[in-house]
Design a protein around this ligand. Structure first.
Ligand code: PZK
Length: 275
C-alpha cells in the first residue's frame, strides 16, 4: 500500500515494515522531468546501503533487507523498519551555498550560527555547522530553525544528540568523499526513534539527492558550483529556453546517457567498487 509518494521516491507499507522505492526520476529546479535516467534509483539505493554500513558504528539504521522486497523492485528498494520520525530536517553544511549563503549575506549567520565576515559563495566553512529546517508539508518550502527552536521542540538532550549525530555523519561522509575528489557541500539526514526512543538513521543517506556533490578538481569559491550529478541536465534544460516551471522538457538520449554515466561515476568514486 502506497503511503507516501515523493518527487523521486515512493514509500509503501508492508505489514509492520516500510518499503522505500527509489525511482529513476530526476528533478531539476524542483521539477520532475518526464524522462527517467536508467539505473539512477538502483545506483542511489546501492550508495545509501554502502553508507549505512560505513556509518553503523555511529548509529543504527532502518534497513531490514535490500533483497526481501517485491521482485520488480529488487535493486532499487529497501525494506525498512517503521520509526517515529523526528520532525526536524537535520542538515549539516561544510560549505556556504544555497539558502545558507542567502541567509549569510543578509545576516552574517545561518540558522543562528554566526559565521566569520568576508565569506563568499561556495566557501568552505571554518567547521561544519548544523542548520536544521522545519519539515514543510509537500509543495511548501522548508524554513530555517535555530538550535534553540530544536531544543524547544525536542528537548535539550535530544536536540544535542540530533546535532552531534548529524555533524558526525557529515564529517565522516565528507572525509571519505574528499579522499575520492568529491566535495559533499551539505547533507540532509532523516532520523527516527525506535521503540526505546533511541535514534535510528532512516531514509537515504549521503546520496547526491540528499546532499550537494561537487567535483573537488573544479571547486572555486566566489560563484555557484556545478552539481556533479545533475549539471548536464540543468545546462541542457536551461539551454532549451525552458523557464523552470512544469512541465519540464523531455531529455534527448545523449543527455540521458551522460547523466546515467555520471551517477555511476559518483557511485564508483565514492565506494571504490565498480558498478
Ligand atoms: C518516512 N519519509 C520520507 C518520503 C520516501 C521517503 N523508516 C521510516 N519509518 C517511518 N517513516 C519513514 C521512514 C523512512 N525512511 C520517511 N517519510 C516517512 C519519504 C517519500 C518517499 F521514500
Amino acid at each position: 500500500m502506497l503511503i507516501h509518494s515523493g518527487k523521486v521516491r515512493d514509500l509503501y507499507a508492508d505489514g509492520d515494515d516500510l518499503i522505500m522505492v527509489a525511482s529513476d526520476r530526476v528533478s531539476v529546479y524542483d521539477v520532475v522531468l518526464p524522462t527517467p535516467i536508467p539505473d539512477k534509483g538502483a545506483v542511489l539505493t546501492r550508495l545509501s546501503l554502502w553508507w549505512f554500513d560505513q556509518l553503523a558504528d555511529i548509529l543504527p539504521n532502518h534497513v531490514v533487507s535490500a533483497t526481501d522486497v517485491p521482485p520488480e523492485w529488487v535493486g532499487r528498494a529497501i525494506r525498512c523498519r517503521r520509526l517515529d520520525m523526528v520532525k526536524v530536517e537535520c542538515v549539516a553544511r561544510g560549505y556556504l551555498t544555497g539558502s545558507g549563503f542567502a541567509e549569510y549575506t543578509k545576516s552574517g549567520a545561518v540558522c543562528g550560527v554566526a559565521l566569520p565576515p568576508g565569506l563568499v559563495e561556495s566557501d568552505r566553512l571554518p567547521e561544519p555547522i548544523f542548520t536544521p529546517t522545519t519539515k514543510a508539508p509537500i509543495g511548501e518550502h522548508d524554513t530555517a530553525m535555530t538550535f534553540q527552536d530544536v531544543i524547544a521542540q525536542e528537548g535539550e538532550a535530544d536536540a544535542r544528540a540530533l546535532r552531534d549525530t548529524t555533524l558526525e555523519i557529515y564529517r565522516r561522509g565528507a572525509e571519505v568523499a574528499r579522499g575520492r575528489g568529491i566535495i559533499i557541500a551539505d547533507t540532509k539526514v532523516e532520523l527516527g526513534r525506535d521503540r526505546d526512543g533511541g535514534f535510528v538513521l532512516a531514509d537515504e543517506v549521503l546520496t547526491p539527492d540528499s546532499s550537494r556533490f561537487w567535483d573537488a578538481a573544479t571547486w572555486a569559491p566566489g560563484r555557484p558550483q556545478d552539481s556533479l550529478d545533475k549539471q548536464i541536465v540543468r545546462d541542457w534544460a536551461t539551454g532549451t529556453g525552458w523557464d523552470k516551471t512544469p512541465p519540464g522538457p523531455a531529455l534527448p538520449d545523449e543527455i540521458v546517457a551522460k547523466t546515467r554515466s555520471r551517477y555511476i561515476e559518483v557511485y564508483e568514486r565514492i565506494t571504490g567498487e565498480s558498478w
